[in-house]
Design a protein around this ligand. Sequence first.
Ligand code: PMP
Length: 313
Amino acid sequence: MLKTIPRMRAEAAKDVFELIGNTPLLRFRKLAAPFAPVEIYAKAEWYNPGGSVKDRPAREIILTAEREGQLRPGKVILDATSGNMGIAYAMLGAARGYRVTLCIPANASPERLRILRAYGAELILTDPLEGTDGAILEARRRYEAEPERYFYADQYNNPANWRAHYRTTGPEIWEQTEGRITHFVAGLGTSGTMMGVGRYLKERNPAIRLIGVQPDGPFHGLEGLKHMETAIRPGIYDPDLLDEIVPISTEEAYAMARRLAREEGLFVGISAGAAMAAALKIAARLREGVVVTIFPDAGYKYLSENFWFEAGT
Ligand code: PMP
């Protein structure tokens, strides 16, 4: 059921930076049974110390900026984030001694806002009606007003975002499936996960198909994902890399998150529900194959949502 890269270390970890990555790959039997012999797997990204896939790009962005001299003691890390990237910056900034300022839509889940405050981050709440785009514009305004004060991490345009996945997530998936992966399915937010993993996998085997998952419309409840046609397009996003995009409705994602909790014992977030719903749609079309997706985070940050408590699937 569980395939892992060994996580035990002989010596103590120096800091949280070292705990990022090498997450388990989960194999599904029950949910995948109707599609046998197609195999379905998901990478359990909540195993990262900040609780999400975004620890990977945050680490790469911070280490790259330190190396290149843009981030130095005294600078404040600034970015726009719907939550998980902010948690990763707040955690890593605290560990390294940087202050962190985040522009975040005021309607982000209360759990996320409280976690960010617990790590000591400064929060600038932006108009919920403007979504993450409003937060991006506010971060740009602040940076332009005081460029000396901030290191603007700019996750939507920073190539270190996708490079983190090219260096870590992609090779892990390749090794954990022993090079057998045929389809990679991932939600599109900044698109860093898809761009980095996708480029790595296509280099290893150009026949691997890359399938992006996005909300089925501009107004949706899939926190962390973007409707690319109507949102500010991330600079790192290259749609030509993808073979296909699967739209998923908020209701489908909720229903799949409930099923994962109740049928597999996996309490995952809404975008993981969307990713699994898309992975099953892909599997349904195949005779054979190895479909791998990403479960970006766990369900705890979404507990104030009522869909968990609805009956049925
Ligand atoms: N799911 C969640 C919960 C996220 O926070 C994010 C990051 N925005 C994603 C999916 C998408 O990841 P990426 O930014 O790498 O496209």
